[in-house]
Design a protein around this ligand. Structure first.
Ligand code: DAH
Length: 334
């Protein structure tokens, strides 16, 4: 009988030695300690057929064995938990975490709008699908005006078009709000232009408007000079030259000295020494009249800037198409 317990102990140790995981350990538990059909249970059950002396010896041996098996099972279980499933080299550098970023045009828009908000301008948005009235007529550009040619755009229906500039937002806001007014807006614009290094049928503009009694050209100059100095990180000269826009009078174009050649003239600035950045002027009285402003001595200034233009000058980008190709090798530089 006692030989039998020795045999059982040897079997148990052998089975335990072959355990590889939780499931096989459980198998050993069922086989040796299981309530139904486990070896030890069978022995304990068989005790009733033995004589008292044998029953005492055998009972004690079986109980001893049970305790021993349970202790060995617990050890084995702990061993399994301690054994690492895979080996990880914690000293290796981890994989590079790629963090996304804002598109350079979005960055310029946010930086510009943020600047104007700080000096009291309120940010507005307007629709990209516009009517001829807001895009042209209200801006003092009637149907037969030659200025419409330069801003030919995509017509969705008679009188309905994709806005060719952000200036219609001026009209929409003035219709809703009374002066004094300082607003800034930015967004997508469309023109029927063939794509090349400096043209795109879809592009972005930043537009500002200030209407308030007493506003004059020096305010326009001051605000725009401050803005340009804020947005361009290099030093430059600013140049205002007379221009024409139907919705401003007088009108001006603003250029900055070429940062590549310091205004000496190079291929970047077409040998002129200056880069044209934006259009601006004093709001034409007809525009104020069109939105229903009746105050006689009301004046204001407005401006429109190409976002791509700013980004190209700021970062020295030679081709506008790079902004729209979604090539991460380009985008990740900003
Ligand atoms: N809308 C003009 C354009 O797209 C730019 C512009 C010029 C806007 C003068 C203005 C302005 O508000 O006053 O060419």
């Amino acid at each position: 009988m006692l030989n039998k317990t020795e045999e059982l102990r040897a079997d148990f140790e052998k089975a335990l030695g072959e355990v590889k995981d939780q499931a096989s350990l459980e198998g050993v538990r069922v086989r040796f300690l299981g309530r139904k059909g486990g070896f030890l249970t069978e022995i304990l059950r068989g005790l009733k057929d033995l004589n008292p002396e044998e029953r005492r010896l055998m009972g004690a041996a079986a109980n001893q064995l049970k305790k021993e098996f349970e202790a060995r099972m617990a050890e084995a279980e702990q061993g399994l938990q301690e054994k690492p499933k895979t080996t990880i080299d914690l000293t290796l550098p981890g994989p590079e975490i790629k963090i996304g970023r804002l598109h350079p045009l979005t960055q310029i828009i946010r930086e510009s709008v943020g600047f104007f908000e700080k000096i009291g301008f309120q940010a507005w948005e307007g629709p990209e699908i516009e009517t001829e009235w807001y895009n042209f007529d209200a801006l003092n550009t009637p149907a037969d005006h030659p200025a419409r040619d330069m801003q030919d755009t995509f017509y969705l229906a008679p009188g309905v078009l994709l806005r060719s500039h952000t200036s219609p937002v001026q009209v929409r806001v003035m219709e809703k709000e009374k002066p004094p007014l300082r607003i800034i807006t930015a967004g997508r614009c469309y023109r029927r232009d063939a794509q090349d290094a400096s043209h795109s049928p879809v592009f972005h503009q930043l537009e500002g408007l200030m209407v308030e009694k007493g506003t004059n050209f020096t305010h326009l100059k001051g605000v725009l000079t401050m803005f340009l100095e804020h947005i361009f990180p290099f030093s430059f000269k600013t140049r205002f030259t007379p221009s024409f826009f139907p919705f401003t009078e007088p009108s001006a174009e603003v250029s900055i000295s070429c940062p590549v050649c310091q205004a000496k003239g190079c291929s970047s600035c077409g040998r002129s020494g200056f880069l044209e950045i934006l259009g601006c002027g004093m709001v034409h009285p007809n525009v104020l009249r069109n939105v229903g402003y009746k105050q006689k001595d009301l004046t204001g200034f407005a401006f429109g800037v190409g976002i791509e233009r700013i980004a190209m000058v700021k970062y020295g980008i030679p081709d506008i198409r790079l902004f729209y190709e979604n090539d991460v090798r380009f985008l990740r530089q900003f």
